[in-house]
Design a protein around this ligand. Structure first.
Ligand SMILES: Cc1cc2nc3c(=O)[nH]c(=O)nc-3n(C[C@H](O)[C@H](O)[C@H](O)COP(=O)(O)OP(=O)(O)OC[C@H]3O[C@@H](n4cnc5c(N)ncnc54)[C@H](O)[C@@H]3O)c2cc1C
Length: 394
């Protein structure tokens, strides 16, 4: 059976010609130009997107890549906040936030807490209604980009008497409100990616509530159905950084290796990378055919995060003992991204839902094993795409 059961539109497809004409008129498009053309999130509805079906999205990717045009990177704003606002935001919230999001405004995700990670429903940050405001008290942790973000999407408990999955509300939180303290957490790569965020009687205007009070849990699960379709797999570090194929290229450029064990490991790496590539193509094929997403997305995340670590460990081993110092060893000047990747790659199996939790979900929802614990949101986003038993492909 073919892995990809569709053909990309011809070179003279009118949708291609339209993009090319636009690019001629905008040879160096700004983020604003790209946003207004609907090219940043083409799968979003008009006027923010083009209601683009998967083939149209791939075609657009193709044309922009050929022209060397980069879109504003999506992150939490385009991947999470935007789709949630599209789904449940008021007209005013959409008007206020969606264009800046498409133009590259930075948002953060204020979900995890010191005692609520995989089991996010244990979150304890409180939001108490007081007139036209909610008063928020508590703390969040591991908040990527909070120090740069203009807004955050915040989950807070509005009714502690309800069961833990209920009584939670979803807010848009301006990060410059009085009472918010952002404290840096420097990770072992040396970078300041995430933060602790403290809320000390922070007053959020009530019109920043998204959807209904106490119904935030459902909203937190909304977004991935709206995922953008792309043929490109990107790098091993959550779409960024180098990939297995990049490492194999480096090894070839450096003359290869006759070391029997390293050869085995390199071949194994290639096998994993190819399996992941095929899984991605199957996912795209299903989307193009309009089929419900299968178990591939969950399986892919569980495999891809481990694969990322394998790539970086192998790169480090290839560099030998000197590889413990950045920029040295057999990878020489090429070592930079691998050194960073090695240090960062442990995060792959934690962030966005740990590998253990991911496998638990596959066990429960794909294999039909008994229920383990409540791990329903955020941490399990790939699982949002796993079909009900009746829809499962054999
Ligand atoms: C780089 C990075 C960026 C992040 N950015 C953000 C962000 O922007 N916003 C945000 O809100 N959060 C963010 N996080 C936090 C992330 O979502 C949590 O770290 C993650 O969900 C795990 O939660 P925890 O750290 O509390 O670990 P815990 O949930 O305490 O897990 C500890 C260990 O127990 C295991 N475990 C837990 N439950 C089960 C189970 N049921 N079955 C088997 N094993 C289990 C886990 O796999 C893990 O090994 C980020 C994390 C990282 C690494």
């Amino acid at each position: 059976m073919r892995a990809v059961d569709f053909d990309l539109p011809d070179e003279d497809d009118p949708r291609r010609l339209e993009v090319r004409a636009w690019l001629q008129a905008h040879p160096h498009p700004s983020p604003r130009d790209l946003a207004r053309a609907g090219y940043v999130a083409p799968h979003w509805p008009a006027p923010w997107g083009l209601d683009a079906d998967p083939v149209h999205q791939i075609l657009l990717d193709d044309e922009l890549a050929r022209a060397g045009v980069k879109r504003p990177s999506g992150g939490i704003a385009i991947g999470w906040a935007g789709p949630t606002l599209l789904h449940a935001g008021t007209p005013e919230q959409k008007r206020r936030h969606l264009w800046p999001i498409l133009e590259g405004e930075v948002w953060c995700q204020l979900f995890s807490e010191p005692d609520a990670g995989s089991d996010l429903a244990r979150l304890a940050t409180r939001a108490v209604r007081d007139g036209d405001e909610y008063v928020v008290t508590g703390s969040k942790i591991w908040t990527s980009g909070a120090h740069r973000a203009r807004y955050g999407i915040l989950l807070a408990r509005t009714d502690p008497d309800q069961p833990k999955h209920q009584g939670v509300s979803y807010f848009v939180c301006p990060m410059d409100l009085p009472g918010i303290t952002v404290r840096p957490l420097v990770d072992m790569t040396g970078q300041h990616l995430f933060n602790e965020v403290f809320f000390d009687d922070v007053r959020i205007p009530a019109d920043h509530l998204v959807g209904e009070e106490n119904r935030g849990w459902t909203l937190a699960k909304v977004t991935l159905g709206n995922e953008r379709i792309s043929l490109s797999g990107g790098g091993a570090l959550w779409g960024g950084g180098p990939s297995a194929f990049d490492l194999l290229d480096v090894v070839r450029r450096q003359g290869g290796t006759r070391d029997a064990v390293l050869r085995q490991r390199l071949a194994q790496l290639y096998i994993e990378a190819d399996i992941l590539r095929l899984i991605r193509l199957r996912t795209v094929t299903a989307a193009v055919r309009g089929e419900p997403p299968g178990a591939e997305a969950s399986v892919r995340k569980a495999l891809a995060d481990r694969h990322g670590r394998t790539i970086m460990n192998l790169a480090k081993d290839l560099a030998g003992p000197a590889g413990m110092l950045a920029g040295t060893g057999p990878l020489g000047a090429e070592a930079g991204p691998w050194h960073h990747g090695f240090l960062f790659s442990s995060a792959l199996e934690i962030g966005g839902g740990t590998s253990e939790v991911q496998r638990n979900i596959i066990g429960e929802r794909v294999l039909g094993l008994p229920h383990d614990i409540d791990v329903e949101v955020g941490r399990t986003w790939a699982s949002a795409r796993v079909p009900e038993p009746a829809e499962r492909r054999q």
